[in-house]
Design a protein around this ligand. Structure first.
Ligand SMILES: [Zn+2]
Length: 123
């Protein structure tokens, strides 16, 4: 796939999963949202433990776009969705709520879990 097409396809798959959830008044918008591999960024001390990081307009990945799991992209796109509705309170919440028990973090984990496609033969 051409550079960029891979990213758009991955974003579209994640959006299709989030579109099954009605947690916000409007579905996540992909317009202006980019999916990028930025391995060097994840060498910074405060990002070292993450594989992905979301900003208002970009999802940054430690690994290659082609290798990103759909669950990871869905989780990060959920953060973009949160910021489309809470552009300031979402990112700021990490300052006073921390990471692990942050409600936005819990919601993003849930988004990836409950929207996961049924695994054939899974029990
Ligand atoms: Zn997260």
């Amino acid at each position: 796939m051409a550079d960029g097409a891979e990213a758009r396809a991955a974003l579209a798959r994640a959006k299709a999963r989030l579109d099954r959830l009605d947690w916000y008044p409007a579905p996540v918008r992909l317009r202006g949202v980019r999916l990028l591999s930025v391995p060097w960024l994840f060498r910074l001390p405060w990002l070292r433990r993450f594989d992905g990081y979301a900003t208002w307009t970009a999802i940054l990945l430690r690994g290659a776009v082609a290798e990103a799991s759909e669950d990871l992209v869905t989780h990060e796109l959920c953060h973009v969705w949160q910021m489309q509705h809470h552009p300031l309170s979402m990112p700021l919440s990490y300052l006073w709520r921390g990471y692990a028990d942050n409600p936005y973090e819990v919601q993003a984990r849930r988004a990836a879990a409950v929207s996961a496609p049924a695994r054939p033969g899974g029990g």
